[in-house]
Design a protein around this ligand. Structure first.
Ligand code: S3P
Length: 444
């Protein structure tokens, strides 16, 4: 919602959260459904797609590049693809709003096709590093004109004769991995990404389902993922499962408020995404996974969560990629736990929608929680939260949602300076949370 006026919110103490809920579709799978559908042959249909601003911006971008994207009244999104070499220069700028995933994956998708596209985003996205994708995409043959520091606004000149590369990821990022693999779709020969640390694997799984020639194997230096390009993709029918990164807020809300007992149905449980569930269970959280099943190539299940007395633990660095978006709400859970929670391997938090490490620490301090931190670690001293503070969200949806959860169990209400960005990933967050007994309301 960049450009709109801030919407301050506050959340009050709550007890006894109850309900059976479903969270919106997974954001990663939603972006990919639109993008892969846009370069497939035939009509891809996606139900349960996240209809947040980030994903809607991706849908508009795919349309501007030549795909037909339409949502019918039954909530199904229909994407008529143009083939792996069929994307065209858009007439106007591609506006990715707040979304790093949207712009970075789209840059990869466009990089091996000779088109010209100018990409823009909001103030948060315009501060985020793009060199991590433009560097490998230049090796493939694309060119970029960027704002200072390699940032947005940025104009991409796609490669006329793309060349396949082998690229070892210098950062643990599924976005970078995906950008290179997507560039491989319209590149002759074999494009390989080496991933020393496993990150979310939706791109690999979904491309395989779309019929791409993609394979991965684990070697001494990590996972090698290779895609052979210039093979057409076949349109798919996709049922997008619930987003574990959105479920995270309801989970922590139920754990920290007394007398709560909730169920969240149809949550994706891909093991590259379940680090928070593992961590909360280690902290003593009463979380039961029921009805584990496979749906559309992903494991899903229903979660039952009951209020729990949490204890502080050490969260290992190697777990970070599987819960990279969940640290703000984990820090909130940790502030109600007994003892200290120590989180490591957090360097990537510095370059998310905000510097999330700094934003979390400042929000905790404003509400009376003692913390310690370094360049890539955070320690939170638990024992309860006085609250009463105002949290600066820096255009970051997850900072806003995490601290609204904090207010549910703090002594005094917690205020956030702006909840407008929540619409980027979880448009019905407030109604869903209030529906189970939370009290989140506009700040008067
Ligand atoms: C995403 C990857 C993650 C995550 C983001 C979504 C994706 O970013 O933070 O919300 O869909 O690939 P990085 O891979 O850059 O860590």
């Amino acid at each position: 919602m960049h450009g709109s006026s801030p919407a301050p919110l506050r959340s009050h103490h709550a007890n006894g959260l109850k309900g059976i809920l479903r969270v919106p579709g997974d954001k990663s799978i939603s972006h990919r459904s639109l993008m892969f559908g846009a370069v497939a042959v035939g009509e891809t249909r996606a139900s349960g797609l996240l209809e947040g601003e980030d994903v809607v911006n991706t849908a508009k971008a795919m349309q501007a590049l030549g795909a037909k994207v339409e949502r019918t009244a039954d909530g199904i999104w229909h994407i008529q693809g143009v083939g792996v070499s069929g994307l065209m220069s858009p007439k106007g700028d591609l506006d990715f709003g707040n979304s790093g995933t949207g712009v970075r994956l789209a840059l990869g998708l466009m990089a091996s096709t000779p088109l010209i596209a100018r990409c823009i985003g909001d103030a948060s996205l315009s501060r985020r590093p793009m060199g991590r994708v433009t560097v490998p995409l230049c090796e493939i043959g694309a060119r970029f004109e960027t704002a200072e520091g390699g940032r947005l606004p940025l104009t991409l000149h796609g490669a006329k004769d793309a060349v396949p590369i082998t690229y070892k990821l210098p950062v643990a990022s599924a976005q970078v991995k995906s950008a290179v693999l997507l560039a491989g779709l319209n590149t002759p020969g074999r494009t390989t990404v080496i991933e020393p640390v496993a990150t979310r694997d939706h791109t690999e799984r979904m491309l395989k389902a779309f019929g791409a020639d993609i394979a991965s194997e684990t070697r001494d230096d990590g996972r090698h993922i290779a895609i052979t390009g210039q093979r057409e993709l076949k349109a798919q029918t996709i049922d997008v499962p619930g987003d574990p990164s959105s479920a995270a807020f309801a989970m922590v809300a139920a754990l920290i408020t007394e007398g709560s007992d909730i169920s969240i149905e149809n949550v994706m449980l891909n093991e590259t995404r379940t680090g928070l569930i593992t961590t909360l269970i280690e902290m003593g959280g009463d979380i039961a996974i029921e009805k584990r099943r496979l749906a559309g190539g992903e494991e899903v299940g229903d979660l039952r969560i009951r209020s729990s007395r949490l204890k502080g633990i050490k969260v290992p660095a190697k777990r970070a990629p599987s819960m990279i978006d969940e640290y703000p709400v984990l820090a909130v859970a940790a502030s109600f736990a007994e003892g200290i929670t120590h989180m490591e391997g957090l360097d990537e938090l510095r370059v998310k929608e905000s510097d999330r490490l700094a934003a979390v620490e400042a929000g905790l301090a404003a509400n009376g929680v003692t913390t310690g931190s370094g360049p890539d670690w955070l320690a939170v001293e638990g024992g309860g939260v006085s609250g009463g503070g105002l949290v600066e969200t820096h255009l970051d949806h997850r900072i806003a949602m995490a601290f609204l959860v904090m207010g549910l169990a703090s002594l005094k209400a917690v205020r956030v300076d702006d909840g407008a960005m929540i619409a980027t990933s979880f448009p019905n967050f407030i109604s869903l949370m209030n529906g189970m007994g939370c009290r989140i309301e506009p700040e008067r």
